[in-house]
Design a protein around this ligand. Structure first.
Ligand code: GDP
Ligand code: ZN
Length: 455
């Protein structure tokens, strides 16, 4: 029995108790009808109709009563026949239901679903492309409103549409170039007319715009890491609270340290910011503490930006800053923040890398936010931003590199059209990879294994 002939079943709602819990099944029409007949009292199921029915186990005993919906292929999430059992949201009921369904349906090829398998089937049956499939999980995991909106746009296919459009234009152009290859006496005139160069420039610009939007979306998806450096009492905790849109959301203690090294996740204007407090990173002879410090240093190496916090009355922390700089990517930007300016009579003017604030009164906080966004390259506009993954960005970059090469070829006095055609082909393949057109089973497995079960 091939995997597509097998039916799959899983709980689709969160584990735990709730008003309603949904168990979902996907497979052939034969399996769907068989399961409806054996597990419910519905005799003439209508597609997409909310049937209220008893749901029964293998012995015919009632497990629960609830709404049962049959989605007939291809009008379902997976593109196969899907049956949804909506019971009371109790894991005991759901486990009973699944156990009975497996006992009843095993012979007919029913088994438990693997993580992301419903979505994988939707992809394999052409209901959605790979970028859309990925955005399903990104929508579920989105941690801010901006991220939700960006994921929603990717899910409905706005990002895919742009990719497909560019891919199509690349194919047109290559076909054209290949046609000229067959009539070499015409090619020079043709290039001189500038049509090809124009079209390459146009495509290059489109890819550039999409790359920018995808990079913003990737930032929304993954957030940024900011290292906070400063002596005790300069106001790190206070700053954290005044930067955050709500009370600090998550506090993670990295175990193995006596002094807590905390990473706080806050949302600033829709951007998820992971703040690593480096206060615990001072030298120590304690072995356990050293281990914790190494771990925190590992976190630090991901930092996109360092906030170096000072206050008028606090000892200079330059030495600590120098040490921290050692552990982050070379070239990581530093913003020096002087806090507690409410205590100062004269406040110096801000510069590009130095800002004066008061966490207490809120003065300078908006300016600091702007500086943070500038430093990490975040442009706080949801307009046209799609949730995107590194994979997509790498593909867009490859496409851009190929197009740049084509531009370079075309600018030379002499060039080979077959090299132009080959680069255009490569550019098209990279775009297609975003949509999952040339994707290996291995990569698909990797992508879908990070999904939750039941999705
Ligand atoms: P941390 O040890 O670096 O986390 O510093 P805290 O945020 O705990 O602040 C240390 C002390 O400085 C507290 O008493 C705060 O109320 C005070 N503080 C923080 N920010 C300001 C500020 O902008 N102005 C004034 N006057 N006091 C502040
Ligand atoms: Zn503190």
């Amino acid at each position: 029995m091939s995997s597509q002939e097998e039916g799959i079943i899983a709980v689709s709602t969160a584990v735990g108790r709730s008003g309603i819990g949904i168990v979902r099944l996907s497979g052939s029409e034969k399996l769907a009808r068989f399961m409806l007949e054996r597990m419910t009292d519905i005799r003439n199921p209508s597609p997409r109709y909310a049937h209220f029915s008893a749901i029964r186990d293998q012995a015919g005993e009632v497990i629960d009563r609830g709404v049962v919906i049959w989605f007939k292929a291809p009008h379902s999430y997976t593109g196969e026949d899907v049956v949804e059992f909506q019971t009371h949201g109790n894991p005991v009921i759901q486990n009973l239901l699944i156990r009975s369904a497996l006992l009843i349906g095993a012979e007919a090829g029913l088994r438990l679903a693997e993580p992301g398998e419903f979505t994988r089937r939707a992809f394999e049956n052409g209901r959605i492309d790979l970028a859309q499939a990925e955005s399903v999980m990104d929508l579920i995991n989105a941690s801010s409103e901006s991220a939700v909106r960006a994921a929603e746009k990717s899910l409905v296919g706005e990002f895919s549409e742009k990719c497909r459009d560019i891919e199509g234009k690349l194919i047109d152009l290559r076909t054209h170039v290949e046609a000229i290859l067959d009539f070499p006496e015409e090619d020079i005139d043709f290039i001189k007319e500038g049509r090809i160069r124009e079209r390459v420039d146009d495509l290059n610009q489109r890819v550039g715009t999409l790359l920018e939007q995808a990079s913003q979306g990737n930032m929304l998806r993954e957030g940024v890491v900011i290292a906070l450096v400063g002596s005790p009492n300069v106001g790190k905790s206070s700053l954290l609270n005044s930067l955050s849109e709500r009370e600090v959301a998550i506090v993670t203690d990295i175990p193995g340290t006596t002094r807590d090294i905390v990473e706080n996740t806050i949302i600033i204007n829709g951007l998820q910011v992971n703040l690593v407090d480096t206060a615990g990173l001072r030298e120590t002879a304690d072995v356990i503490e050293q281990a914790g410090i190494r771990k925190a240093m590992g976190e630090l190496s991901r930092a996109d930006l360092i906030l170096h916090l000072e206050a008028p009355e606090t000892l200079d922390s330059q030495a600590e800053l120098d040490k921290i700089k050692h552990h982050v990517q070379p070239g990581t930007k530093v913003i020096t923040v002087t806090n507690k300016i409410d205590l100062l009579r004269d406040v110096p003017g801000n510069t590009d890398s130095h800002v004066y604030i008061s966490a207490k009164t809120g003065e300078g906080i908006e300016k600091l936010k702007t500086m943070i966004f500038d430093a990490v390259g975040f442009r706080n506009s949801v307009q046209g931003v799609f949730i995107a993954r590194r994979r997509h960005i790498e593909s867009l970059q490859k496409t851009k590199e190929s197009l740049e090469k084509v531009r370079e070829y075309l600018s030379q006095d002499q060039f080979f059209l077959d090299m132009v055609a080959e680069e255009l082909r490569l550019a098209g393949v990279s775009m297609g990879q975003i949509l999952g057109e040339f994707t290996s089973d291995q990569l698909l497995g990797k992508i879908f294994s990070t999904f939750c079960i039941g999705k």
